[in-house]
Design a protein around this ligand. Structure first.
Ligand SMILES: Nc1ncnc2c1ncn2[C@@H]1O[C@H](COP(=O)(O)OP(=O)(O)OP(=O)(O)O)[C@@H](O)[C@H]1O
Ligand SMILES: [Mg+2]
Length: 508
């Protein structure tokens, strides 16, 4: 098949206070799956936005099959068959439209001009066909806001390939996906390479995925390209990580042994009003890190939100130190010293229009108040501490969070609650989208929180993380707890069994 190439020549881009890209020479041809790697803030998304026509102020040149092209508007890129699925899924979807409308979005916009009637039968049919190609089963009449993160992602991929597509850019597509969904995506991606001869540029922080599926990779660091090479049998994750971080790095998350106290946070027979979680019985001791395991959709996020008062309950009891807590809304949870780092950070975890400084103080403003004035000195000190600890890449603590890279926004969301002085900390997928170095920092800080005698609940579908950081875990399936496991006595296979529906006697 004929190969098409896409190439950047000395592409640079500068934002106030940040040189996001410096003289990037990047080349890709169709028919390959290419990984783009780099620590948070390295410039991956910025470079891909240039190719997608969404960063019009770049300098330098882009060549399409050797000829210079101008990518100053998303339409310029789409015309050349360059499609992108962004990291922030929610910003790209029209939440109140149906799946069919979202998949066929560009088609609808193009056809709208001059027409009053839309042929919805055709739109639904074609949307169904595209989803079928991807082998995903979503009712095209559903409203997108009701979909899971993983399903929203699939809708966006369907939208991208519904259009002319030679270059498909996927910015962290697997971050919200479960293992089986990831496998499914990989099957689709391989299929698109083989039968459509597409180039797929794949951004991820999960290095084992790169080794599994990609033909070659590029590493970026500090707005520059460090290396581009094919992936062979000999390629190791260590060499990729070392290139990303610019130093030798051992990935290990040693569990710190800390003293575990008495039962403090106790949940009895808790049921969410609409049945999102059912009959939850669990407890966390002081100094203990308790995992919530289970697949995407198993109910972990729903449980976290219910504990935090974001969902209403129909029955059950939550108590701390023997005292019942009345949690009806999140403010009640905060008052009762419960903190939640939510999964969908852009929507819930951070105030993107506010500064890094403000966000890092937001969960604990009372700590920074003197005579009802917020002490600038104290918040700045707090912000600098966490920017340092979590290596948040930002030109200053006054930067608006909206301008940080995806992973750095996540670090702010985590840092905000680390700064809050709480008794119970609930983390929902806190390492999603953060690079390996920062992940280790987050683990270290969570260990510290436990060591200080607090209760920690840690929800993730990464079983390896549960095995390395928790003391004990509850496994969830279909909104219920199916098992309670001692971390030191369990393994991935056992977690998997209970994640897929097997139930321990005690929970039957
Ligand atoms: N619109 C913008 N205004 C100001 N700075 C920006 C803007 N977009 C990106 N940046 C900065 O450019 C740098 C590169 O960001 P980019 O989003 O490309 O990183 P990334 O490699 O995708 O990281 P991540 O893995 O966290 O998603 C970061 O320092 C970021 O804060
Ligand atoms: Mg990014």
């Amino acid at each position: 098949m004929e190969k098409i190439t896409l190439e950047t020549k000395n592409v640079s881009i500068e934002f106030p206070g940040v040189k996001a890209l410096s003289d990037i020479n990047f080349k890709i041809s169709t028919g390959v799956i290419h990984a783009l790697m780099g620590a948070n803030g390295a410039g991956k998304s910025t470079l891909m936005k240039v190719l997608a026509g969404a960063n019009p102020t770049y300098t330098g040149e882009v060549l399409y099959n050797g000829s210079p092209v101008e990518l100053r508007h998303p339409v310029d890129a789409k015309k050349l068959g360059i499609q992108i699925v962004y990291q922030e899924v929610d910003m790209a979807l029209a939440p109140n439209l149906t799946v069919a409308e979202n998949v066929m979005f560009n088609d609808i916009v193009m056809n709208m001009k001059g027409k009053l009637l839309m042929n919805y039968t055709r739109i639904r049919r074609e949307a169904r066909e595209v989803l079928k190609q991807l082998n995903v089963d979503i009712d095209v009449r559903r409203i997108c806001s009701s979909l899971s993160l993983a399903q929203k992602q699939m809708v966006l991929i369907a939208r991208a390939i519904q259009n002319e597509c030679n270059f498909l850019i996927l910015d962290e597509p697997t971050a919200p996906l479960s293992d089986s969904e990831t496998d499914e995506l990989f099957r689709v991606v391989r299929h698109l390479r083989e039968t459509h001869n597409m180039a797929i540029i794949f951004i991820t922080h999960r290095i084992h995925e790169v080794l599994r599926i990609c033909d070659s990779y590029t590493v970026m660091r500090g707005g520059m390209i460090v290396d581009t090479t094919p992936i062979t049998q000999e390629t190791t994750s260590k060499e990729i990580v070392d290139k990303m971080l610019g130093r030798s790095f051992e990935e290990n998350f040693p569990k710190e042994i800390c003293e575990i106290g008495e039962k403090a946070f106790v949940v009895e027979n808790l049921t969410e009003k609409e049945g999102k979680v059912k009959n939850i019985n669990m407890y966390v001791r002081k100094g203990e890190i308790v995992g919530l395991a289970g697949l995407v959709g198993g109910g972990k996020t729903e449980l976290c939100k219910t504990l935090f008062g974001a969902y209403k309950t129909s029955s059950g009891k939550i108590s701390y130190n023997g005292k019942e807590l009345k949690i009806k809304i999140p403010a009640d949870a905060v008052k009762n010293r419960i903190a939640l780092v939510p999964e969908e950070r852009r929507k819930e975890g951070v105030l993107v229009a506010e500064t890094v400084n403000f966000n890092l103080a937001a969960a604990s403003l009372n700590r920074f108040c003197k005579l009802s004035f917020v002490s600038e000195i104290a918040t700045a000190k707090n912000a600098k501490h966490f920017v340092d600890e979590l290596q948040i890449a930002t030109p200053s603590i006054r930067q608006k969070v909206a301008f940080l890279s995806g992973g750095n926004q996540q670090k702010v969301a985590v840092g905000k609650w680390l700064a809050a002085d709480s008794d119970v900390y609930i983390f929902d997928e806190p390492t999603k989208g953060v690079d390996v170095g920062a992940k280790q920092e987050i683990f270290r800080l969570i260990n510290q929180i436990a060591k200080d005698g607090n209760c920690v609940i840690y929800a993730t579908c990464e079983n390896s993380e549960l095995l390395s950081i928790t003391d004990r875990m509850y496994v969830m399936f279909d909104g219920r707890i199916t098992a309670e496991l001692e971390t030191k006595n369990t393994n991935e296979t056992e977690i998997m069994r209970y994640s897929t529906g097997e139930v321990q006697e005690a929970f039957a």
